[in-house]
Write a protein of this length. Structure first.
Lengths: 155, 663
């Protein structure tokens, strides 16, 4: 596939800019610790008008607004959880790039460990079955001699 | 007129494909040699016709024949020639043409190179290949005709999406498609084996080289695509877990499993059924990857519903190919020969483990990619599944695979000794345990995940080197003997060593560039400076001008390092007026150990410009590693081809008891 063609087309089709232009210097918070939290949070929030980009990576206007919004919440003293809840309350769970563990995502989060578990059980069962297989009969003296001959100096 | 010839050739190819798909199957079941041999001629003819159509289509793009709708929609007279050529596969119609060209090329290759194959197997495999060609050609002619005319012809075209006007993107689709479509051969052979009800020695010897060939193409294609994303998207990321990326990654994961199990089939005559199943699923994933991205269903269920013709056609095609394959498998696989037994701890066992992990990883990627779609259909909830999900699930699933990847090749076939093998690998084990401690001593803030990544990477790289040293008797034998043994190691062994070492290099690149990248985003006025990773960047100025089909704003950044002469980098913003689109052209200075990565942002309206500067340590190793892996595949392939040409010599060498005792 022309990778990201869909992205490219969607963007060219009217969403304006293409390349990710992320956080702007003017948006940054003065407190470095808060700014670090803001960056981490903005990597978890989806730019809703973009094709699969976080607001940290996107230069769309909406991403800019969200970046400013979450910084305002942080500056007002919200915890990370409160900021995310605040954004989800307004934009829906779609905005979270890291899907929460909820009934609708049980299948999503539980399948991978189940797969590993299944693979493990498969291997154990297989090993058991093999163990119950009879060992090949030991070689006789004569066969040992022939094997040694065939293997030559490798023996 | 030329366009009509191309169109006609395409329709003719469709008919030839139908004949190729039906007659040899009948011929093989009634054992009629002429009917079976028809497959070879039909495959070559089909390739010739599609190649003709493709050449005509490409010609239309090169001469900018805007009476062809596709050229009008995707080209422009001012577009540089390079992109007039690559624009051929830049659109939906064109990429389907490239797909079918590759498909018929592979069919033609089997016809041309497969003289030594049993006639029945060859006829059946080519017939399946013909049916695949028929399906794809019907899709192209029915829903995505590249030769649609526009009468009257417009004066000029709309231009290609500027993001696609880039050398990295221009030339990665052919590799990617080579990989995707290459797996059609293993699929066709798998189906042919199921129809025949047996997997002979010829089957095993044929499937592995084709799986390897396709895998090499796919590896290079994905690496190029990721490199493109890295330098084009302007913030230094190189993998996004984007559905379009996952679409190419899923067949790669299964293809990797396939080429390992195919090697076991060839060498040990075991795992045959599993390999047949993998061959079906791998090509199935290629199809899902290509077509579901094409149909737009991934972008949104709604865009799919607006124009369902293509999507429905694709779904039917996928259902036939995968469903038909699996149905045949369920019916016929129990009748296939069972393989030679092996103990759980053995080289075969390690391949089984690697296959299971790769499949589980693939299933995880599949789930993450399609879950939002399922969730929306079932519950109406719109969800996002971002990189966090894949990092939390895919990475832990694959990590044990990396550990096993080093031990597997050291284990004996059939029955291995785990502790003895690990003891043989003790230098690698010691290195893997020491490396993170050293790193932690240097940087106390190193994240645990990075330390684990370093340990895995060192384990992979030292593991291969320890194995090679062991095989060559290093330090136990005179240097001359070691050297001679190294040179006489089979190409397949070298291939494995290079590829597995490449995986270690890749993990190093991923780990280090993720954990230790630095970033500065500042507004600079001409003359201002900013420091990053020990370098001083100074904005000398920004110039503007019209170039080819775009308007450029070009910053001149002087980079001063404490050691070495200053250098100048030119990050750029481009405005494509015809396509009405803005792109960023990053400037990257690399020394192989790290990239200084500059992207020019927006002007602030007061003479200042936003500059994004990143220093990404060891990031080039990601692509070195991928290239090494592909190179390993090619080296291994060269081994196979020699053996394929000389089956007689191979047999005689195999029964000479004292021959090549060193191996």
């Amino acid at each position: 596939m022309v990778r990201r063609l869909v992205l490219a087309v969607a963007l060219a089709a009217g969403l304006g800019g293409t390349a990710a232009h992320a956080v702007e210097p003017s948006e940054r918070l003065a407190d470095p610790a808060l700014e670090v939290r803001a960056r981490a949070l903005s990597q978890e929030l989806r730019c809703l008008v973009c094709q699969n980009q976080s607001i940290d990576e996107s230069n769309a206007d909406l991403a800019h607004d969200l970046r400013v919004l979450l910084r305002q919440r942080l500056a007002a003293g919200d915890t990370d959880r409160q900021v995310l809840d605040y954004v989800v309350a307004r934009y829906g769970v779609f905005v979270l790039l890291d899907p929460p563990f909820a009934p609708v995502t049980y299948l999503l989060w539980l399948t991978p460990p189940m797969l590993v578990l299944g693979a493990g059980i498969f291997l154990v069962l297989r090993a058991r079955r093999r163990r119950s297989d009879p060992e090949p009969p030991a070689l006789s003296e004569e066969e040992h001699a022939r094997a040694a001959l065939l293997l030559g100096e490798r023996g | 007129m030329l366009i009509e010839i191309g169109h006609f050739a395409l329709v003719l190819a469709l008919l030839v494909a139908l004949v190729q798909g039906v007659v040899p199957l009948v011929g093989a079941s009634v054992r009629s040699r002429p009917l079976m041999d028809l497959a070879r001629h039909a495959a070559l003819l089909q390739f010739g016709l599609v190649a003709l159509a493709f050449a005509v289509f490409m010609h239309a793009h090169i001469v900018s024949d805007f009476s062809v709708r596709n050229v009008f929609e995707n080209s422009n007279t001012a577009k540089p020639m390079l992109y007039k050529v690559s624009g051929v596969w830049g659109s939906h119609e064109g990429s389907m043409m490239l797909w079918v060209l590759m498909l018929t090329l592979f069919g033609g290759l089997v016809a041309a190179l497969g003289r030594s194959l049993p006639a029945g197997l060859r006829a059946r495999a080519l017939a399946i290949q013909g049916l695949l060609g028929f399906g794809t050609l019907a899709f192209i002619i029915g829903t995505s005709n590249p030769f649609d005319r526009l009468i009257p012809a417009p004066i000029d075209g709309r231009d290609l999406n500027p993001l696609l006007q880039d050398p990295g993107l221009a030339f990665h689709p052919p590799f990617l498609y080579f990989g995707y479509v290459g797996f059609s051969i293993t699929y066709s052979f798998a189906i042919a084996a199921l129809i025949e009800g047996r997997i002979g020695a010829a089957w095993a010897r044929w499937v592995r080289p084709w799986a390897l060939t396709a895998w090499c193409g796919l590896t290079i294609g994905i690496a190029m695509g990721s490199w493109w994303a890295y330098y084009v998207l302007g913030w230094g990321g190189w993998w996004y877990w984007d559905p379009v990326e996952n679409a190419s990654f899923m067949p790669w994961l299964l293809g990797t499993a396939l080429l390992h199990s195919a090697a076991v089939v060839e060498k040990r005559e075991t795992l045959q059924r599993w390999t047949v199943l993998l061959a079906i699923l791998t090509f199935g994933m290629s199809l899902i990857g290509t077509f579901l991205v094409r149909s737009g269903v991934l972008t949104s269920v709604h865009s799919f519903a607006v124009d369902p013709t293509r999507g429905v056609f694709i779904l039917v095609l996928i259902a036939l190919v995968i469903g038909g394959g699996l149905l045949l498998y369920a019916l016929r696989a129990p009748g296939l020969e069972t393989g030679n037994p092996f103990a759980p701890v053995s080289r075969e066992g390690a391949v089984v483990l690697n296959n299971l992990l790769l499949c589980a990883g693939m299933a995880t990627v599949f789930l993450g990619t399609f879950y939002p779609l399922f969730a929306e259909v079932w519950s109406g909830v719109k969800l996002s599944v971002g990189p966090q999900f894949f990092d939390a699930t895919f990475v832990p699933i694959l990590a044990p695979g990396i550990i096993a990847m080093v031990i597997g090749p050291v284990l004996a076939w059939r029955r291995g000794k785990l502790m003895a093998s690990i003891r043989r690998l003790s230098p690698a084990l010691i290195g893997a345990l020491l490396a993170p401690i050293v790193v932690f001593a240097i940087d106390r803030a190193a994240p645990p995940a990075a330390l684990a990544g370093i340990a895995l990477a060192v384990w992979a790289m030292l593991g291969v080197m320890t194995d090679l040293a062991d095989r060559s008797g290093l330090a136990k034998q005179p240097a001359a003997t070691t050297w001679r043994r190294l040179r006489h190691l089979p190409r397949g062994t070298w291939g494995y060593a290079i590829a597995h070492f490449g995986v270690g290099v890749l993990i190093t690149g991923i780990t280090v560039s993720t954990a230790w990248r630095s970033e500065r985003i500042e507004t600079l006025h001409p003359g201002d400076t900013v420091e990053i990773a020990g370098r001083t960047l100074r904005l000398a100025g920004v110039t503007e001008g019209d170039v080819a089909n775009y308007h450029a704003q070009r910053a001149q950044i002087v980079v001063e390092r404490p050691d070495g002469a200053p250098m100048t980098l030119y990050p750029e913003r481009r405005w494509y007026p015809v396509a009405r689109s803005q792109t960023t052209n990053t400037a990257i200075a690399t020394n192989g150990l790290g990239d200084l990565y500059l992207a020019l942002g927006d002007p602030d309206g007061q003479g200042g410009w936003v500059l994004r500067a990143y220093y990404n340590p060891l990031v080039p190793w990601i692509w070195f590693g991928a290239i090494l892996a592909a190179l390993g595949g090619l080296v291994s392939l060269s081994d196979r081809r020699l053996r394929l040409r000389l089956p007689a010599a191979r047999t005689s060498a195999a029964i000479t008891p004292t021959g090549s005792a060193d191996n």
